[in-house]
Design a protein around this ligand. Sequence first.
Ligand code: PRT
Ligand code: ZN
Length: 216
Amino acid sequence: QSANNGILKIAIQKSGRLHDDSMKLLKECGIDVSNGVNKLKSEASNFPLEVFFLRDDDIPQYVEDAVADIGIVGENVVYEKKKKVDVVEKLGFGKCRLSIAVQKGDVYNDVSFLEGKRIATSYPVIVKDFLNEKGINAEIHEISGSVEIAPGIGLAQAICDLVSSGSTLFMNGLTEVETILQSQAILIKNTQLSAEQQAILNKLLFRIQAVKKAKN
Ligand code: PRT
Ligand code: ZN
């Protein structure tokens, strides 16, 4: 728990696909944050904001635990981690979809194709929910990276992974057959912000919405 209520702590991705756009958003909001390499945190010079640089997977937990008050992370991560946080705003970047893909040449008519099959994914929770909802029994094989190579090496008959351009699937001889989730970067917050923290967040949100409006 924070001893300092007069400053809002935001968690953003340390490096990776959401880092640059997250920093850019703060900048466009008129907030100056220095981005030192290998820095864990940085305080804005002209806004009551402290920025924590973290792995995206850890951000929902940190926000639930109030180590950070707010965070920027993909919806896919928020739904997979099932942490108790509030969604504040969709941010319009980091867009992708979480999809099931099978090998080119497989005859896929509907989800019943997946019955009894093995699905490789880094999103076991979301995939399990999807299969339960569809009444399909399939084995989920969790792997943390290079999910797209699993069918080619005989590890699984299907995968579930994030897709943006589709070129990774294409290059691995896979075809997208179901979209489970549309995702983009979102702003999340701890469920129990103090009135003072909420007031700072409202100020930030006002600026974010102005930035978004200017882009439309
Ligand atoms: O180190 P850290 O744990 O923080 O980062 P990470 O490696 O787990 O995540 P990172 O940086 O790869 O992605 C961060 C977030 O960006 C994701 O959680 C998504 O919300 C979002 N995002 C948007 C994507 C993509 N687009 C995306 N295309 N995340 C991953 N991909 C990968 C996908 O997994 C696949 O390997 O890109 C490949 C597919 O891309 P296309 O263009 O070939 O279809
Ligand atoms: Zn990650």
